[in-house]
Design a protein around this ligand. Structure first.
Ligand code: SAM
Length: 258
């Protein structure tokens, strides 16, 4: 990771700034600000429901970011999440904001024995990875046999994007299906992100207030500018329908040979 890596700007540096902004504003800002890319509460409700997450479910959130989605199901369903995330700043932020178990780890090399979790989810992570299969195989390995694997994947709806955000590798739907198939994942249920309710106004307002504070404090910083440009590009691609969010509940079966 270099100092000018836009992924580190967004997922490490700005992630930590998010926790410090929340500390200034108040705990009620934490959850909306800490859902980075995971869509609306309704999207999380849909996915948790499709995966059968309930009280006591041991859920791994791989690529957990600042930990908002995991906290959302911990509060709402009394699930027992564990967070894995390669960016140290995001891990520190998640730990500071919510106090759930967090490990600094690459999703392709998780520090857990086989079948540790009842289920796992991956929200907005696949599109940041070039090698999606190593990450998916590792996700499957740590879930008990037959346990659900949930995903929010941002897919590319056109062959070539007009503006390619650095470090992102949006799969086409066909490429995604090929990756899932190669890893032995079967899709049990799916919906487009746009087919579930959007983020409510109070969440949007709270997240916007946190972003305002971050901008006031760090708007002059090149890392903030790069992260912001990256986010603006992705938001525009989604707004134009060129990148489409898909929620999927999957189950691992027999993987096809590599
Ligand atoms: C768009 S953010 C989503 C964060 C969080 N899942 C959410 O929805 O709020 C993508 C996350 O994937 C993480 N990530 C990048 N490479 C990863 C890898 N190899 N293994 C696991 N996570 C990774 C990033 O650090 C970042 O936190």
């Amino acid at each position: 990771m270099t100092e000018t890596d836009p992924m580190a700007d967004e997922f490490d540096t700005v992630a930590w700034w998010t926790a410090t902004a929340v500390a200034e504003l108040g705990a009620e800002y934490a959850l909306p600000a800490a859902c980075r890319g995971s869509g609306s509460p309704a999207a999380l409700d849909w996915l948790a429901g499709a995966m059968g997450v309930r009280a006591g479910t041991r859920l791994l959130d791989s690529g957990a970011g600042v930990g908002g989605p995991a906290e959302y199901v911990a509060r709402g369903l009394d699930a027992a999440p564990v967070l894995a995330e390669p960016m140290e700043g995001a891990c520190r932020a998640a730990r500071t904001l919510f106090g759930k178990p967090v490990v600094v780890a690459d999703g392709a090399a998780l520090p857990f024995p086989d079948a540790t979790f009842d289920c796992a989810w991956s929200l907005g992570v696949l599109c940041t990875l070039e090698d999606k299969r190593s990450y998916l195989r590792e996700l499957i390995r740590v879930v008990r046999p037959g346990g659900p694997v949930g995903m929010l994947v941002y897919t590319r709806a056109v062959d070539v994007l007009p503006d390619q955000p650095e470090g992102n590798h949006f799969p086409s739907r066909a490429e995604l299906d090929a990756d899932l198939g190669a890893c032995g994942l079967t899709v049990l249920d799916e919906t487009r992100l746009t087919d579930v309710a959007g983020t409510p106004d109070d969440w949007q307002d709270a997240a916007a207030r946190v972003e305002e504070v971050i901008e006031q404090q760090h708007g002059h910083d090149e890392r903030w500018k790069r992260a912001q440009a990256q986010q603006d590009t992705i938001t525009a691609l989604i707004g134009d329908g060129l990148v489409v969010g898909v929620l999927m509940a999957c189950r691992a079966g027999s993987p096809r040979p590599r």
